[in-house]
Design a protein around this ligand. Structure first.
Ligand SMILES: NC(=O)c1ccc[n+]([C@@H]2O[C@H](COP(=O)([O-])OP(=O)(O)OC[C@H]3O[C@@H](n4cnc5c(N)ncnc54)[C@H](O)[C@@H]3O)[C@@H](O)[C@H]2O)c1
Length: 305
């Protein structure tokens, strides 16, 4: 029996790339899957129904259960329609993977309002649009053991040149998820975040522009390496894991640190600028030492270690 037997899942943007691999693995593990994909270009333009249809057909061809959905995650109506597809087709919903995404890279010097808005709409608002109907359903029906798995990025968590729109959206996804984890805890629902790296149509051109060759069929590089971690987080084994960010890339799985105070000074009076001349360099030095210690201990190691 698969670890997701009897569960109903939505995977947004699952017509291609990482989402497709998640949808296929969920189905192999027994989930009934809503394969949602607008069928857009990398920049979010255009639409094509065959992208979701093909993955749904592949799942059904292998004996699984799936339905295609072509609605955009970027509108409230789209989010509601995707949710309704799950409930109308499979009678409920247990797992939401907010994976759909686009890119419109540009430095801040040239970024247009349209490029900013499009990326925020698909990534950050898209997470909101798909999560709202599910969260309300969890509360109204007291459905237990549900899972939300959101997609952030190193761009949002560490920064990446030329991606201020995408970085802002992906940092927003981390903040959104921390709050959701608190709000859904009493319903036994977990909310976690994946920060992936995988060779897909989204990243292959960027790697090639930097002179790197990438092979999406390489199991340590391709989108298939992300699916097992997402499947585990969606399973009952992950019941006590919530509010976390996992890095999944190049065969590595990591748990990421999240903003916490590293060093703190206290003053009973208003801080003077002279005092800050002394405090601030010490704080920055504490951060440097913390970063160095983390770097020393966080590198990849075999599981037996
Ligand atoms: N590939 C990586 O290395 C990487 C790194 C960091 C984060 N991510 C994130 O992982 C997720 C998956 O990325 P990928 O590399 O598989 O990309 P991809 O381009 O291969 O797949 C994304 C899918 O989302 C769909 N989509 C776009 N807009 C949509 C919308 N409005 N509604 C519904 N579907 C829509 C596209 O049609 C596409 O099939 C994204 O959120 C991305 O930002 C990927």
């Amino acid at each position: 029996m698969g670890v997701l037997e009897g569960k109903v899942a939505i995977v947004t943007g699952s017509g291609r790339g990482i989402g497709r691999e998640i949808a296929l693995m969920f189905a192999r593990e027994g989930a009934k899957v809503v394969v949602n994909d607008l069928g857009a270009e990398v920049d979010g333009e255009g639409a094509a129904q065959n992208i979701a249809d093909e993955v749904a057909a592949e799942i059904k061809g292998a004996g699984g259960e799936a339905v295609a959905s072509y609605d955009s995650v970027a509108t409230v109506e789209g989010g509601e329609a995707i949710f309704k597809t799950a409930v109308d087709t499979f009678g409920g919903l247990d797992i939401l993977v907010n994976n759909a995404g686009i890119l419109r890279d540009r430095t801040i010097f040239k970024m247009t309002e349209a490029e900013w808005d499009a990326v925020i709409a698909v990534h950050l608002k898209g997470h909101y649009c798909c999560t709202v109907p599910f969260a309300r359903y969890i509360k109204e029906t007291n459905r237990r053991g549900c899972r939300i798995i959101n997609f952030s990025s190193g761009s949002g968590l560490r920064g990446n040149f030329g991606q201020s729109n995408y970085g802002a959206a992906k940092a927003g996804v981390a903040g959104f998820s921390r709050v959701l984890a608190l709000e859904l805890k009493k319903f036994g629902c977990t909310v976690n975040v994946i920060s992936p790296a995988a060779a897909t149509r989204m990243t292959i051109p960027l790697a090639e522009a930097r002179g790197r060759t990438v092979d999406p069929s390489d199991i340590a590089r391709g989108p298939q390496q992300i699916a097992p971690a997402v499947t585990w987080l969606a399973s009952e084994k992950a019941q006590e894991v919530t509010g976390q960010i996992f890095g999944v890339a190049r065969g590595n799985i990591s748990i990421l640190q999240q903003p916490v105070a590293i060093k703190t000074y206290h003053s009973k009076t208003l801080w003077t600028l002279d005092e800050l001349d002394r405090a601030m360099p010490n704080l920055v030095q504490a951060k440097r030492e913390h970063d160095a210690a983390v770097k020393e201990h966080s590198g990849p190691r075999p599981l037996e270690d």
